[in-house]
Design a protein around this ligand. Structure first.
Ligand code: MG
Length: 300
């Protein structure tokens, strides 16, 4: 039941590269490019007027205090207020939802994390997979590494981190309400991300605090398994089989190896069970070496 293939999938990502990868490998997935300032995210100093105005709307925020304690005098981050899903993208989703509601029952919404759900590329939490927002794990982790400057933050709160990463309360609420309505339609939500923290506990805690608790959701960590190629990650999912052309076993390699074994077995049988011995083939490198030696000899 759980592994039944999807009939319709919509996918949002800010990176054109990943939209192209999905279009190539899974042409039946409806891939939507989310805006951003530039393909490669740029660092902006927190004293930049636009960034500062945003930080002022947050008021006291434990994640911002933590960043300042980590980054020192001139903290900066890859904040991009032009990025991320907005009402326009939610409308695109709504149109897709209405169009696909009557044909096929299995549907999924795929979302990139950085600058698609969030408006900041990346995050600093910890480098340890099992650190948690609970028990002050993040501050303790960096304190032990002597990486925090005064004033030391007391704790990093999960909600503060989300408010910062998602561009403030209004947008965070909009995303939460939207995803709640997605889950209520029985549409599965999949986070597809190359973020290196994808398997980390803090990342899953953030996901759980944004995604609806009622619906099923899933994470695909394409950075670890697929060298960051999201098309490869998608087509390897059995549930995408209706939307991505099927993977085929490469004929070279495996097939040649198998034929070799089968031939060898036949030769062995013909030899009355004796193993055939082979002379080691000279490699190209060793051939080059010996021809060089020969040349040197000739020159002498
Ligand atoms: Mg992204």
């Amino acid at each position: 039941m759980a592994e039944e293939p999807y009939d319709h999938v919509i996918y949002f990502d800010n990176a054109q590269k990943h939209i192209d990868e999905a279009a190539e490998d899974c042409p039946q997935i409806y891939a939507v490019k989310v805006p951003h300032k530039s393909e490669v995210a740029t660092l902006i100093q927190m004293e930049n007027p636009e960034f500062k105005a945003f930080l002022d709307t947050l008021g006291t925020n434990t994640y911002v205090s933590f960043l300042q304690a980590m980054l020192g005098k001139k903290p900066s981050d890859m904040y991009d207020p032009t990025s991320g899903i907005q009402a326009k993208e939610i409308n695109i989703y709504n149109e897709w939802e209405a169009k696909t509601a009557t044909s096929g029952t299995r549907r999924a919404l795929i979302l990139d994390w950085d600058r698609t759900l969030t408006q900041v590329e990346g995050f600093i939490l910890t480098q340890h997979a099992m650190t948690s927002f609970e028990d002050n794990g993040i501050v303790n982790y960096w304190k032990n590494k002597n990486m925090l400057k005064d004033p030391l933050p007391e704790a990093v709160l999960l909600e503060d981190t989300l408010l910062y990463l998602f561009g403030g309360k209004e947008r965070l609420t909009m995303i939460r309400n939207w995803l709640q309505s997605v889950a209520e339609k029985g549409i599965k939500i999949i986070i597809l991300t190359n973020n290196a923290g994808c398997n980390f506990k803090v990342f899953r805690e953030m996901g759980a605090a944004v995604l609806p608790s009622s619906g099923q959701h899933k994470f695909i960590c394409s950075g670890l398994m697929f060298n960051g190629n999201k098309g490869d990650a998608l087509k390897s999912e059995i549930q995408m089989s209706k939307l991505c052309p099927q993977l085929e076993m490469p004929v070279f390699g495996e097939q040649a190896w198998l034929n070799n074994i089968l031939n060898q077995a036949t030769i062995n049988a013909a030899n009355g069970g004796r193993r055939t011995t082979y002379k080691r083939r000279r490699t190209v490198k060793s051939k080059r070496k010996s021809s060089r030696r020969l040349k040197r000899k000739q020159q002498r």
